[in-house]
Design a protein around this ligand. Structure first.
Ligand code: SF4
Ligand code: F3S
Length: 113
């Protein structure tokens, strides 16, 4: 199994999660973040750190979870690694908890550390 980041991160990208990961397996996109499923050791410590509740285990698989597992798998191999917290995106608090952010996710990489 692994933990993954889902659409709740989109346009928020608070990055509290990266500071607690013992294996530094977060990768930064333009308006979200992803976990590398092969590097994640399933410790679970990042899950409660996310203010947007965007981190979930890949148990109880369904179509939506599969979509984000595939997304995390693909872009963790293309985006830069991030190990330290950065500022949230400008309107993060406004976007926190909004539905329908899946269509807004960017596939572009975020800035290098
Ligand atoms: Fe890192 Fe643990 Fe979260 Fe996996 S579950 S991304 S290893 S903090
Ligand atoms: Fe995203 Fe939550 Fe981390 S909003 S960047 S998964 S703390």
């Amino acid at each position: 199994m692994t933990y993954i980041v889902n659409e709740k991160c989109v346009n928020c990208r608070f990055t509290d999660c990266v500071e607690v990961c013992p294996v530094d397996c977060f990768y930064l996109g333009e308006n979200t973040i992803v976990i590398h499923p092969d590097e994640c050791i399933d410790c679970g410590v990042c899950e409660p750190e996310c203010p947007a509740e965007a981190i979930v285990p890949d148990t109880d698989m369904n179509d939506e979870l599969q979509y984000w597992l595939d997304f995390n798998t693909k872009y963790s191999q293309e985006w830069p690694n991030i190990t330290e917290k950065i500022d949230p995106l400008p309107d993060a608090d406004d976007w926190n908890g909004k539905d329908g952010k899946k269509d807004l996710v960017s596939t572009q990489p975020g800035p290098e550390e």
